[in-house]
Design a protein around this ligand. Structure first.
Ligand code: AP5
Length: 192
């Protein structure tokens, strides 16, 4: 199974991807996690990305594509993947199509998790207290939501227009949302 998980910051992409990874036995590729690992390692790429991420802006398309290309060169992605956090603008959507075509692959579904902004702000405020992620400050969250509306929402429309979008209600318990995703991507299959 090859899945692209879409949704605003805090919509639950990472949380559900971790569960889907276990269920589907395919790797979870989170561009946010890949970038945070670079920041933690203090690599040149991480140093470049650190401030951009803390502000809530998008890191450059070139950096992202290089990272993704690298990750997809690993054998474990041949059986499938759950891509979380990419694409985030139309140029990245085109780059993903091209990269997958080069690899002789295509994704099976783009799943959008929908959650209203009020709940997102509440969730990320909770995570700010629990984990202190640098971009979970109220200012950065507001900016991330604007960036999402301006740059990532067109990707959702693009996949919708191409009949590739599956919309899943992201509000509810973790189990409820997980079940909804599975029902959407594997209709008729037992969740068990
Ligand atoms: P990234 O790490 O992708 O952050 P994000 O999209 O802002 O997503 P989050 O991790 O905040 O939210 P999520 O949807 O994964 O929700 P989660 O499961 O964590 O990107 C970070 C930054 O990296 C970007 O801003 C950008 O700078 C850069 N970047 C990354 N990809 C890029 C790209 N392609 N191009 C350019 N730049 C890029 O859940 C959030 C919280 O809610 C958690 O506390 C969780 O426990 C809780 N929660 C989850 N589900 C539920 C539920 N059902 N009910 C209640 N609480 C829930």
């Amino acid at each position: 199974m090859r899945l692209v998980l879409l949704g605003a910051p805090g919509s639950g992409k990472g949380t559900q991807a971790a569960r889907l990874k276990e269920h589907l036995q395919v790797p979870h590729i989170s561009t946010g996690d890949l970038l945070r690992a670079e920041v933690a390692a203090g690599s040149p790429l991480g140093l470049q990305a650190k401030q951009v991420m803390a502000r809530g802006d998008l890191v450059s398309d070139d950096i992202l594509l290089g990272m993704l290309r690298d990750r997809f060169s690993r054998d474990d992605t041949r059986a499938g993947f759950i891509l979380d956090g990419y694409p985030r603008n139309l140029a990245q959507a085109a780059a993903l199509d091209k990269l997958l075509a080069e690899l002789g692959q295509a994704f099976d579904a783009a799943v959008q998790l929908t959650v209203d902004n009020e709940q997102i702000i509440e969730r990320l405020a909770g995570r700010a207290k629990a984990e202190g992620r640098a971009d979970d400050t109220p200012e950065s969250v507001r900016h991330r939501l604007n960036v999402y509306d301006q740059q990532t929402a067109p990707v959702i429309d693009f996949y919708r227009q191409h009949g590739q979008l599956t919309v899943v209600d992201g509000v509810g318990s973790l189990d409820e949302v997980f079940t909804r995703i599975l029902e959407a991507i594997q209709p008729g299959h037992e969740v068990g």
